[in-house]
Ligand binder design. Sequence first.
Ligand code: PLP
Length: 386
Amino acid sequence: MDLSYILNHLGEDREAYFNSVSPPVFESSNFAFDSVAEMRKHLKDEMDYPFYTRGHNPTVAILRKKLAALEEMEECLVFGSGSAAVAAAVLSSVQQGDHIVSVKNPYSWTGKLMSRYLGRFGVTVTYVEGTDPLDFSTAMQPNTRLFYLESPNSFTFVLQDIVAITDIARSKGITTILDNSFSSPLLQTSGKLGVDIVVHSGTKYLNGHSDVIAGVLCTDRKRAEHIFETEFMNIGAILSPHNAWLMLRGLRTLPIRLKQSAETTAYILSQLETHPRVEKIWYPHHPSHPQYELAQKQMKGSGGQFSISLRVEGPEEIDKFCDQLQYFLLACSWGGYESLVFPVAGLSGTANYKESPHPWNLIRFYVGLEEPEVLWKDLKQALDNI
Ligand SMILES: *Cc1c(COP(=O)(O)O)cnc(C)c1O
């Protein structure tokens, strides 16, 4: 299936709604039937047929079909946030007393789910560096049921060798989950890498306009049915039809947004490289990345997120640099049209700045759709004036 077919046609049933090019928002909580027989059919398979919008909604269904196809997975469920998708994936994979091996420093709320929440149910977690696939087998216990991956991970963009790790997991009957938000399905296709469940924060690249919080979970049919019947329907953290429609609209331009964001990032990195204030660049597709080869092998390309560590004496200079930026908004999240900056120093106070899990002088950037020269000029004036 080619990308244009998926983005423009797959899942759309235009004849059913007056051949409108853009699908309607089915803003309805429930659906009515002509006969009990018809009602019964829909109720028996709520994942596939409209009965009640918590389970299935025709606008949401178009989005689900497209996202599953993009990841080359059989099924997709969408959620009201990326965190809800992560929680559903993790909770569906463990039972009381089980053990998880997770990459260290995953997305903050993923870490909190595992460290703070799952303990209540007697689920334990071992965090590993993950740069060597053997880190996962070494940490394995008889009750290990899940390997949790985030490649590249947040802030430092450390990679895991996904194929090697999923091979180990499969041979031991262990489930694998990959948070693929950084790459989107276009830059790293999970269906090809052997993971059982892939999750995304749809808030980021997939929606791409900084106006929707959404989560995505893709997997095989059997697992999707299981998750649908448990975490999905019980917790009910669904994406509204309206937000699904906005996400469909955002998705149409995903390839061109990714392309622009990556090209501008390459330009900016080529400039940053030569600036005396830049101590180190953190970006999977930069030749200085220690896993550059692996990035080339398992990813189809890189996006617009990178970090730099600044050559400065203390956190005050980090604050000064960030405060001087005009075009890069000081904000969390990423993946929209607007460029962003987020210093690790923003996570801690200036007094205890060395306590962060990441280097204190690390600053994360996201490159949006502005002109490359405008962004570089902005960075340069802030660097020159620290
Ligand atoms: C933002 C993010 C999440 C959480 O998604 P929300 O949509 O904010 O709930 C999970 N993983 C990664 C890598 C993220 O960047």
